[in-house]
Design a protein around this ligand. Structure first.
Ligand SMILES: *[C@@H]1O[C@H](CO)[C@@H](O)[C@H](O)[C@H]1NC(C)=O
Ligand SMILES: *[C@@H]1O[C@H](CO)[C@@H](O)[C@H](O)[C@H]1NC(C)=O
Ligand SMILES: *[C@@H]1O[C@H](CO)[C@@H](O)[C@H](O)[C@H]1NC(C)=O
Ligand SMILES: *[C@@H]1O[C@H](CO)[C@@H](O)[C@H](O)[C@H]1NC(C)=O
Ligand SMILES: *[C@@H]1O[C@H](CO)[C@@H](O)[C@H](O)[C@H]1NC(C)=O
Ligand SMILES: *[C@@H]1O[C@H](CO)[C@@H](O)[C@H](O)[C@H]1NC(C)=O
Ligand SMILES: *[C@@H]1O[C@H](CO)[C@@H](O)[C@H](O)[C@H]1NC(C)=O
Ligand SMILES: *[C@@H]1O[C@H](CO)[C@@H](O)[C@H](O)[C@H]1NC(C)=O
Length: 393
């Protein structure tokens, strides 16, 4: 098991466009044969053209894997071989460890906040669901990678601009994402992604749902609060938004409109170092543990902890105390030691004022339904049944 420090997304402000993802684990399969499936792909296309039926939206399950990432099963090639790919709204390339068919003549290299993946870019069929089969999807066949153990690849559902600069020799090209292709192939009508995550109660809990092409109103409560994608760079390259204030109890973490990103591929909730310091110093005895990079909270302070509130649009989205804490039976999975209480809020590693001052990651999204709407260039949030759940060990 990797140490948790490696789970932090690193903000690469030096490169104009970089991507985020935070990963641990152990398996990166290479199954299936190269150059298999070209005829299959053609047959699939013929079949697709004949049976162009679509519901316009499809919901697929997602698995909370070892508490720190969500994967979804994606079929590559035809007939499909299924792989567990990390669902990443903070990058936009699709990578898989194998099995792919039509070379494009391009190589691809994506640098993430943590690690990189590089390989050869291919075209093949991608099955997101039985009624959501994308043909001619450009996919990176990962030949080398760093920090992507334990999963088979990534499905990048961020903005298409994040793919620019990843190909070579065609360095200026962008790569149509699965969402782009699903729309252009008539499989979904709207470039909308609805994400339902939930706190996991074991290390492989298929408790998430991803809706491609729509939102699923049965998964949230009340109204969605939409906020526009920010115009502040570098957050604007991603699913970036402005949050207008953040408080911890009666302490002000920030009180001016501040840009950051919403990212399924980052596990924690990260705040610019100065913002984080307000939070940490408001919890008596809390320290940033050097070996894990996690905040540690003395048990004596827990009864006095306060909600961490973010104002988005006109609504307060609160992380209650349980939402801020890591259940102690997960300590080992997070690289921690038994008997300590760790938290999910951590520091970004840079001071505020740089245009990317927070990352709203998976742990926030386990509490709120999130909608990524590329047609209207906005992100929506809603309360759900897990928002104030008291899950805590
Ligand atoms: C891909 O990029 C990473 C980070 O910039 C670098 O370390 C790696 O060598 C590159 N791989 C290839 C094959 O270019
Ligand atoms: C497949 O996609 C590539 C770009 O990704 C495009 O150039 C090509 O025309 C497409 N082929 C078909 C058959 O749609
Ligand atoms: C990429 O685009 C820029 C301007 O948009 C241009 O100056 C440059 O020559 C292009 N590079 C390639 C390799 O096409
Ligand atoms: C696991 O979580 C689900 C909801 O996410 C809940 O219904 C179930 O009771 C939990 N199981 C255990 C053993 O805690
Ligand atoms: C994990 O929890 C889910 C939901 O509670 C359950 O369906 C699944 O079987 C559990 N898996 C293991 C390995 O315990
Ligand atoms: C929350 O809603 C989801 C989706 O409808 C459902 O699967 C889950 O069991 C619910 N959990 C609780 C604790 O009600
Ligand atoms: C978003 O936040 C940035 C600071 O990160 C600020 O410069 C910008 O004006 C804000 N945008 C809006 C629309 O409030
Ligand atoms: C934070 O959110 C909680 C839960 O909605 C609420 O009770 C509390 O008043 C909020 N605190 C502030 C300072 O807005």
């Amino acid at each position: 098991m990797r140490s948790l420090a490696s789970l932090f997304a690193i903000v690469l402000l030096a490169t104009s466009v970089s991507a985020f993802v935070s990963i641990p684990l152990t398996r990166f399969q290479r199954l299936g044969a190269y150059l298999k499936g070209l005829p299959d792909a053609d047959r699939a296309r013929a079949s697709f053209l004949k049976n162009r039926a679509s519901t316009g939206a499809t919901t697929v399950p997602a698995t909370n894997l070892v508490y720190v990432q969500y994967t979804t099963s994606v079929g590559i090639s035809s007939p499909p071989t299924y792989y567990n790919l990390v669902v990443d709204t903070g990058s936009s390339n699709t990578f898989c460890g194998t099995g792919i068919t039509i070379p494009t003549g391009e190589t691809v290299n994506v640098t993430y906040g943590l690690g990189y993946i590089s390989g050869i870019e291919y075209l093949d069929q991608v099955t997101l669901a039985p009624n959501l089969v994308i043909i001619n999807q450009s996919i990176g066949d990962a030949l080398s990678y760093a920090d992507f153990e334990g999963v088979d690849g990534i499905i990048g559902v961020g903005p298409v601009i994040l793919t620019q600069g990843t190909l070579s020799p065609d360095t200026n090209a962008t790569i149509l994402t699965v969402t782009n292709n699903a729309v252009s192939q008539g499989l979904i009508y709207d470039q909308v992604l609805g994400i339902y995550f939930a706190p996991a109660n074991n290390s492989s809990d298929t408790n998430g749902e991803i809706t491609y092409g729509s939102i699923d109103s049965s998964l949230y409560e009340g109204e969605l609060t939409y906020t526009p994608v920010t115009k502040t760079f570098p957050s604007a390259y991603y699913w970036g938004i402005n949050i207008t204030s953040a408080t911890y109890g009666n302490k002000i973490v920030f009180l001016k409109s501040t840009a950051g990103i919403v990212d399924t591929g980052t596990t924690q909730v990260l705040l610019a170092d100065d913002f984080f310091d307000v939070y940490r110093s408001s919890i008596p005895g809390a320290t940033l543990d050097k070996s894990t990079g996690l905040i540690t909270i003395p048990p004596s302070s827990i009864p006095y902890m306060q909600p961490l509130n973010f104002t988005i649009g006109d609504t307060i989205f609160s992380m209650d105390v349980a939402a801020q804490l890591i259940p102690t039976d997960q300590n080992e999975a997070w690289g921690g030691v038994a008997g300590k209480q760790y938290g999910v809020v951590a520091n970004l590693g840079t001071l505020s004022g740089q245009g990317l001052d927070f990352i709203i990651g998976q742990k926030f999204m386990e509490r709120y339904y999130v909608v990524f709407d590329a047609d209207n260039n906005c992100v929506g949030f809603a309360f759900m049944n897990n928002t104030f759940s008291k899950y805590m060990e």
